[in-house]
Ligand binder design. Structure first.
Ligand code: 5GP
Length: 179
């Protein structure tokens, strides 16, 4: 259940590595003199975040949270819950949220105001992928790896029903796999 389940490969490992390096360089410049707290949104961003932080040349710390959006289907429920909260206090910290993909915008447009209440020095978002056509609530990430059309993608951390996360590329799943 791997390559044969793909309709198309969108981003090869090499293309992902090149873009991740560019994002990391931009973040290194923008946060110069600071020690950002890099927050990964579990589980989808774990591969992207691991690659990204290793290219950021700053004294950073990491933390994780888990906000629920999708179950086993491919449609957002519209409700966002914190299933796992941050371990660290973010007040006074320069917080950079690492997200795998912004789709409807539900997750981040509801999560960010909650985190803002905790008094971070700054709060920004770096999303590997953006599907602006799918937006239900307005949301724009500060850093975006790639803008993609409306298709369900997997790999490089992204799942379908918890599978495919370990693929080193990002691909579009054949509709027959989930229909
Ligand atoms: P939003 O709240 O913006 O609708 O969705 C955010 C979350 O939905 C993402 O963090 C991701 O977990 C999931 N998601 C949205 N689009 C896709 C997609 O094309 N593929 C996968 N695997 N997950 C997606």
């Amino acid at each position: 259940m791997m390559e044969q389940d793909m309709q198309e490969i969108l981003f090869t490992p090499e293309a992902l590595a090149r873009r991740v390096k560019e994002l990391a360089d931009q973040i290194t410049q923008d946060y110069a003199g600071k020690s950002p707290l890099i927050v990964g949104t579990l589980r989808g961003s774990f591969v992207f975040m691991a690659d990204l932080v290793r290219q950021i040349n700053l004294p950073l710390t990491v933390d994780f949270l888990s906000a629920s959006s999708y179950g086993s289907g491919t449609e957002s429920s519209g409700q966002v819950k914190l299933k796992l909260d941050l371990a660290d206090d973010i007040s006074g910290r320069d917080v950079l949220i690492i997200e795998d993909i912004v789709d409807s915008g539900n997750t981040l447009s509801k999560l960010l105001p909650e985190l803002q209440k905790r008094g971070p020095a700054s709060l920004k978002v770096c999303a590997l992928l953006d599907k602006p056509e799918r937006r239900v609530l307005p949301f724009q990430a500060n850093y975006v790896g790639f803008t993609i059309p409306d298709a369900f993608v997997v790999g490089y951390g992204l799942d379908f029903d918890q599978h495919y996360r370990q693929l080193p590329y990002i691909g579009v799943l054949k509709p027959s796999v989930y229909e």
